[in-house]
Write a new protein. Structure first.
Length: 145
């Protein structure tokens, strides 16, 4: 079916990026080529990107710089639409630059994109690294009001 929209799941990207199952990596490469030529449209979500980061970090033990490069490559894949790509781009850069968990970087980028400037958390250390955000620790700080 021409111009069909297809959801791309986490394992596709992991097979392609790690090449740990070469025949599957080759099949994903062929799928990506089809998307790049417009034969089909691939879409994925921010949760897929988060799962990719977590798996590359925890299971494959890749360094943050390599993970950042992989995520940037995914975000720039022709024929692939990634939900919240701008937020994910910022999160990916901060993940490496600020040495924070990817999900914290994503949440900080999302907060700022929503115009929010205050975060309630017990993780003051990580969230304090984001310019423009102030941290409220429940039970210790009084909420701004």
């Amino acid at each position: 079916m021409k111009n069909e929209t297809v959801f791309a799941d986490t394992n596709l990207f992991l097979r392609y990026l790690t090449d740990d199952v070469p025949e599957q990596a080759d099949a994903v490469e062929a799928l990506l080529r089809r998307a790049a030529t417009g034969e089909l449209r691939l879409v994925t979500t921010s949760l897929v990107i988060g799962e990719i980061v977590w798996t590359l970090e925890s299971f494959y033990g890749l360094p943050r710089k390599t993970i950042r490069e992989h995520v940037l490559a995914i975000l720039n894949t022709p024929g692939l639409e990634v939900a919240e790509a701008d937020i994910l781009l910022q999160a990916t850069l901060w993940y490496e630059e600020k040495n924070v968990d990817f999900i914290d970087a994503y949440n900080a980028a999302w907060l700022l994109a929503q115009g929010l400037r205050r975060v309630a958390t017990f993780d003051r250390k990580h969230f304090a690294r984001f310019k423009g955000l102030s941290v409220m620790v429940p039970g210790r700080d009084t909420p701004a009001g």
